[in-house]
Design a protein around this ligand. Sequence first.
Ligand code: ARG
Length: 399
Amino acid sequence: MTDTKRVALAFSGGLDTTVCVPLLEEEYGYDEVVGVTVDVGQPDYEFAEAEETAEALDLEHYVVDATEEFAALCFDAVRANASYQGYPLGTALARPVIATAILEVAEEQGCSGLAHGCTGKGNDQLRFEAVWRDSDMEVIAPVRELGLTRKWEQEYAAERELPVEGGDEGKYSIDTNLWSRSIEGSELEEPGYVPPEDIYMWTTAPTGETRELELSFEEGYPVALDGETYEPVELIETLNDIAGDYGVGRSDIMEDRMLGLKVRENYEHPAATVLLSAHEALESLVLTKEERSFKKQVDHEWSEKGYQGLVDAPLVGALEGFIAKTQERVTGTVTIRLEGGQARAVGRESPYAVYSAEAASFNTEDVLGGIEQNDATGVAKYHGFQERLANRAIEHGKE
Ligand code: ARG
């Protein structure tokens, strides 16, 4: 046992990770492969597939539940209004959670190596390795390092009689977790190709139906739906179900990947869309104009690091200092209407509302220090003063 070399593999039971199992022994000199599947809210059949394939491969296999941790990170993302080019970051946020869980299993199971089945084109190799390269383990990416193609993998699997059902996993490449479902590949790669309805599993095309939901937040964290308290995982699952039926949360974007590639991506993310719209609506009620505009920059930087899979960066910690301070007042309730594929805020309430009915309507003359309507006269006289001076100077200069 002492000299046995063991490697932990991020394992899904798909073609890439299945061919990695024998390759880690044959090409990388490991005696034993430990497959690890991390639960971040994938559908049940994905676990069934992983279990079945692991059994058929006689692979030592562990399933780790990281749903709560992942949901907590998604809620941090809500506080940061996080999205990258219109994508609320499901895959990107899940990767560091998955990588960390695998590293823990690897340590417990006496492994000296960590492996993933990502290709050399995508973002996920970078996100996994950013976590793993902080350990003493050997990091291995067989698909990338051996230059494997899908065709080669299919032939290899057939030759070795690996349990991959001929390597046919359906037309598209799908990545699903609590926060988003991503669909890519096949004809969808062509930016001009209009996606057929059947790529969607979480959302149905919007009908004329509408529904209103009441979302409550405490310090920027979503806590209740229609007055009922929910744990994060439950709330996300419930909102995916409800809002998906109204076609909410579809996006079709040209995404700029970290390595420079531009890729066409389709996503579904009903819960993320509802929570992000509600959260922003509440912020618009309680934050000052300057806070809102500065926070846009903070949120943008948070989202960039989120996309890169670097949520542990010192920058993110610093940004979260600002975010936490602003979120102290992001407590209240937002009414969201699901309508025509949109989740639109139609009402908002908070004890911290900066809005004041008296101030807006001048119903009393004594709002904060006795300001009266007529006090605006001086402001109105000055407004645009410098612009008028400058425009005159321009006219004079021409003469
Ligand atoms: N492009 C997205 C990202 O980097 C998601 C990719 C998901 N993978 C997939 N096979 N659909 O975050």
